[in-house]
Design a protein around this ligand. Structure first.
Ligand SMILES: [Zn+2]
Length: 99
């Protein structure tokens, strides 16, 4: 009958795993951390692209606003359809522009 007492090596391994918070959970935790990061990045993108901006219901309204800005020395604004709110926003970054 095998001894039920864990070998010194097994005890060592357990202690090491416990130090790391357990191997089982290591990859889960890394995955959660990545998810958190992605969520925060997405939130920042939303804040920058949508929440912090004036919203226009139509492309025409957004273009009118851009034109009004151009009259007040703020030239080079483009408009884009927002993937978050489906409204339109102004941007000075033309690469965001969608037609
Ligand atoms: Zn938006």
């Amino acid at each position: 009958m095998a001894s039920r007492k864990p070998s010194a090596k097994a005890r060592q391994r357990e202690a090491f795993a416990a130090d790391l918070g357990g191997f089982d959970d290591l990859f889960d935790r890394e995955e959660r951390r990545q998810d958190d990061l992605a969520a925060r990045r997405e939130e920042a993108r939303y804040e920058k692209a949508c929440a912090s901006k004036n919203r226009y219901a139509t492309r025409g309204e957004a273009l009118d606003a851009a034109a009004a800005c151009a009259d007040h020395c703020r030239r080079g604004l483009s408009v884009y359809k927002c993937p978050y709110c489906n409204g339109w926003h102004l941007t000075s970054h033309p690469w965001k522009t969608e037609r």
